[in-house]
Design a protein around this ligand. Structure first.
Ligand code: DC
Length: 232
């Protein structure tokens, strides 16, 4: 029996570039599923921190990643609810300490391998919007449309600052710029699945663009790439 593989739009780029917003918007407009792959790395980091594991212990972290009891439930405007061991962890997951730990955990090849199939399982009809760093290069190399978003570190820090303040969380712009630069270095410099555009990716520098402009660019490309695409 041959099964039709669901179409995939891979959306990659550095942290804070606004991929999450664009991906949620695309998924809603197309009625496709959404994979927030960064959340899986953050969840692995959170589960490890809670168990007080060393973030250098690759074998233990691989076991944590393989055994993650995670659920993505439909949520409101802020995106899906994320549950770890049945408990909602969205706010904790978005915190800077979890982000920093996730970036270390994501550099471990065994952790990436343990999360690979879990990510591919999100590929279901009518289609998948895959948000991450290596969606177009490693996880879904056959994606029909690959987008790669960039923006200056300063602009990304400003967007993150605004996001955190809107959620009532403490934030410092200067330290956000530093953290973003450090994370960029780790994500792009690591040996496995480094952050880089796929050869066949469509790239866009969003520094001077609004969210609406980026969304329109993405949906225009999708409409041209996928015949008969239903857009609501
Ligand atoms: O997108 P994010 O900020 O939630 O990602 C958290 C961390 O996980 C970040 O340091 C990059 C890493 N990551 C990754 O290595 N590969 C992915 N596909 C997604 C995220």
């Amino acid at each position: 029996m041959t099964q039709t593989l669901a179409p995939v739009i891979a959306v990659d780029g550095p942290s804070g570039v606004g991929k999450g917003t664009v991906c949620q918007w695309l998924a809603a407009r197309l009625g496709w599923r959404l994979l927030d792959s960064g959340a899986l790395y953050r969840l692995t980091a959170l589960a490890a921190l809670r168990r007080q594991l060393s973030l250098d212990d690759e074998a233990q972290l691989e076991a944590v990643a393989a055994g993650l009891a995670v659920e993505f439930a439909p949520g409101a405007d802020q995106g899906p609810l994320i549950l770890l061991d049945g408990v909602e962890v969205g706010v904790e997951l978005r915190g800077e300490s979890c982000a920093a730990a996730a970036s270390r955990v994501a550099a471990l090849p065994a952790v990436r391998a343990a999360l690979l199939q879990r990510q591919r399982d999100f590929r279901q009809l009518p289609g998948l919007i895959a948000d991450g760093r290596d969606m177009g290069t490693v996880v879904f190399p056959d994606a029909r449309l690959k987008l790669f978003l960039t923006a200056s570190a300063e602009e990304r820090a400003k967007r993150r600052y605004k996001q955190l303040r809107e959620k009532g969380l403490d934030a410092n712009l200067m330290s956000l710029v530093e953290e973003i630069n450090a994370r960029d270095g780790r994500d792009a410099g690591r040996a496995v699945a480094p952050l880089k555009p796929a050869a066949d990716a469509e790239a866009l520098d969003t520094t001077a663009l609004s969210v609406a402009e980026v969304c329109n660019w993405a949906i225009d490309l999708a409409a041209r790439r996928f015949e008969g695409l239903k857009i609501s």
